[in-house]
Every structure is written in C-alpha cells, then in structure tokens.
Design a protein. Structure first.
Length: 277
C-alpha cells in the first residue's frame, strides 16, 4: 500500500512538473530575449551583456504609462464593483428565503449557457443608445449585472456557513449590511480571493470589450501592446523583438504580483469545497 502511494505521488509530481515547464519556458524565453541587443538573434541562452535599455524603450516608444493607467482604471472598477456585487448576490441567494429566490437563481445560472460574444452586439447597441460609449460606465453597469459563475461560487460557500452566526449578529443589533461586510466577508476571504483573481485575470487580458467600446486614448495595455508598432527613430530597420519581449514582461508583472499576493487564500478557497461538508 505504501509503495502504491509512493508511485502515485511520483506520477503526480511528474505531471505537475511537466505542466509547470510548459508555463515557465515561454516566460523564460521572453525574459532572456528581452535582455538581448536589438542587433542580435533570438536565443534561449542568457546573454553575457544584458541590455536593460529595452525596458526603457518599451515604456518610452509608446505612451505605455497612459495605457497602464487606463488598464488600472478598468480593472479597478471591475474588481471592486464586480467582486462586491457578486458577493451580495451570492449572499442574497444563499440566505434570503423569499418567494422566487430559487427561480431567479436558476435564471441567473442559465445565463452561463449564453456565449459572451452573442451579447456583444446587443450591448453595443444599448450602450450607444444610452450615450455611454467610450466611458467607464460600461464596466460599472456590466458589474451590476453580476457574473453567474462567481455568484454560484459565493452562494455555495456562504450556504456552508452555520446560520447561528447570522442569528447572533441580529440579536446584537447588526443589520444586513454590517452582517455581510463585517462578518461574512472576513469569513469568506479565501473564496473572495478566488473571485478577485478570476475577475482580475479576465479583465487585465480583456481585448474585445475595450476594443469595441473605447477610443484609442482610453485603450488598456491589452490592446495597446497588440497594436503597438515599436520603431526606433535612429534606426527604423532594427529588430525590435527584444523591446516587445520587455513590454510583454512588464505587462505580465501585475498578474504575477496579484497571484503571489493571493496565493495562500487562493489555495484555501479552491480546496474549501473538499474540506467542508
């Protein structure tokens, strides 16, 4: 039995190692080539004379900081309002025993069967008629609609929390808002981290929605780097792949930082379903 467990562990370790390599190699290749001279050929080996100026060119040859600010605005709105509103919806579906609650929840879940692309033309027409095209109100309104998958995640987690906590809070004079923000949110911080990370990654890499509704001045980095045409005024024919690699790494840094900041809570949130009854 012990030998069988050891073999299973070795197999899973090998599988995880292979998956890790698949994700790490592209990052390594991008990092290595971001340090190469624009007059050298791509390579998988670290250069002896790294050229850090590629990162300077990545930021200065296009209005990188402006696009970065736009990305922060879009992601900030989506993460704050999206996670908060979804949690309130999840709490309502889990704890409020009102007529039609189950029907509304099933109606919300049915929205998961509708492809996102199928909603983009109606959204474009509606937002254009409302006069909010090329504004950040679009992200606020979409957050108010809720994300069915994340609402389902929050609902299932909140239902596993004993109702005695809520009853004791009511006896102490807490209203619904204080119960949600001061009791349930701290208890659910691990599952909130899962929702936050999912929303952040989805919006940080979002290309189609900003491209449809925003003009060039408000483009986030996801669009700007895809459309960017880096050129050196001093040498228009130079190979600028190292600069593009540097820009790609700069673009990836926020996602990596958010992952490491939320890593502990992410693991706890993703495994919560397996340890709760």
């Amino acid at each position: 039995m012990e030998k069988k467990k050891r073999i299973t562990y070795i197999i899973w370790f090998a599988i995880c190692t292979i998956i890790s390599v698949v994700f790490i190699v592209p990052l390594y290749y991008t990092f290595v080539n971001s340090l190469r001279s624009i007059y050298s050929l791509p390579s998988i080996a670290l250069t002896q004379k790294p050229d850090w100026s590629n990162y300077k060119y990545a930021v200065t040859l296009i209005p990188f900081l402006r696009y970065f600010k736009n990305s922060c605005i879009v992601v900030g709105i989506t993460v704050f309002f999206g996670v908060t509103v979804d949690f309130f919806y999840g709490f309502a579906f889990a704890k409020l025993k009102v007529k039609g609650n189950k029907f509304l929840f099933m109606l919300l879940l049915s929205c998961m069967m509708i492809p996102g692309f199928a909603l983009q033309i109606p959204q474009y027409i509606a937002f254009s008629n409302f006069g909010i095209k090329d504004t950040y109100w679009i992200w606020f309104l979409t957050c108010m609609a809720g994300s069915p998958g994340i609402v389902f995640l929050y609902k299932q987690y909140i239902e596993s929390i004993p109702g005695e906590i809520e009853e004791a809070a009511f006896i102490d004079g807490c209203g619904f808002f204080r119960i949600i923000t001061q009791i349930y949110m701290p208890i659910c911080k691990s599952i909130l981290a899962v929702g936050l990370f999912r929303v952040f990654i989805g919006e940080w890499g979002n290309y189609m929605t900003p491209y449809m509704f925003l003009t060039e001045k408000k483009y986030p980095l996801s669009i700007a780097l895809f459309n960017a045409s880096y050129t050196l005024p001093s040498d228009p024919t130079a190979n600028l792949d190292p600069i593009k690699c540097a820009a790609a790494l700069l673009y990836a840094i926020p996602s990596i930082c958010v992952f490491f900041l939320c890593q502990k809570q992410l693991v706890a949130g993703l495994t919560a379903g397996s340890v709760k009854g």
